[in-house]
Design a protein around this ligand. Structure first.
Ligand SMILES: C[S@@+](CC[C@H](N)C(=O)[O-])C[C@H]1O[C@@H](n2cnc3c(N)ncnc32)[C@H](O)[C@@H]1O
Length: 190
């Protein structure tokens, strides 16, 4: 009961992955999507480009491991952001140049908005427009050193959800891991 109470308060989060280069970024983009799903996000949008292999992998993981996770691709990023804002959501751009999540009050301000959140992560150098008020409501740095979209997303989600996402149950799973001190135990429902 306590868990589901807390979980119902978790803000709804979707990730927008910008700048995917199919050959170079396939593995990392897949990891960003899988980390998003496992760490409490509701969906993933691969903007501006389509990549069927990523869709197939993410949808297979969701079928096997449960929960609902929206996967979309191909829509231009500006259109995604405009629609998101029109529907009352806020946009958080993860960037090494933004307000430091540890030393500023940016996370508190995001939480206080109580709105659905679109998180933008880049891959190659992002357009300058991402930093503008018209597009991002918050530019958030997971420390002001450049590192990785996957790492920054994971830290952001864990802080946003305060660790609650790690206890979450994924409905209708075909496979479920039973945690063990050693070895592997999986229950399979076919
Ligand atoms: C490998 S970085 C590319 C950075 C690129 N060279 C640039 O100057 O924009 C890819 C993405 O990781 C995320 N990222 C990297 N370091 C970050 C940090 N310290 N805080 C938040 N996000 C970060 C950003 O979303 C960035 O677009």
């Amino acid at each position: 009961m306590e868990n589901s109470k807390k979980h119902s308060k978790m803000p709804k989060v979707t990730i927008l992955r910008w700048g995917h280069r199919p050959h170079r970024d396939a593995r990392l983009t897949t990891h960003v999507a899988l980390a998003a799903r496992a760490l409490g996000a509701s969906g993933f949008i691969l903007s501006d480009i389509e990549d069927e292999s990523i869709r197939a992998t993410v949808e297979k993981v969701t079928r096997n491991w449960g929960g609902s996770f929206l996967f979309e691709m191909g829509t231009p990023w500006k259109k995604v952001v405009k629609n998101w804002k029109m529907n009352g959501g806020i946009v958080v751009h993860l960037t090494a140049y933004g307000e430091n999540i540890q030393t500023s009050g940016v996370l508190q301000r995001i939480k206080e908005s109580e709105k659905e959140i679109l998180i933008i992560v880049g891959s190659q150098k992002v357009p300058g427009e991402f930093f503008l008020e018209d597009f991002s409501d918050f530019n958030v740095a997971i420390g002001n050193q450049p590192h990785s979209e996957c790492a920054s997303l994971a830290v952001f989600l864990d802080r946003l959800f305060e660790g609650e996402e790690l206890k979450r149950n994924f409905d209708h799973a075909r496979m479920k891991i039973i945690p063990q001190k050693r070895g592997k135990k999986i229950i399979q429902h076919l």
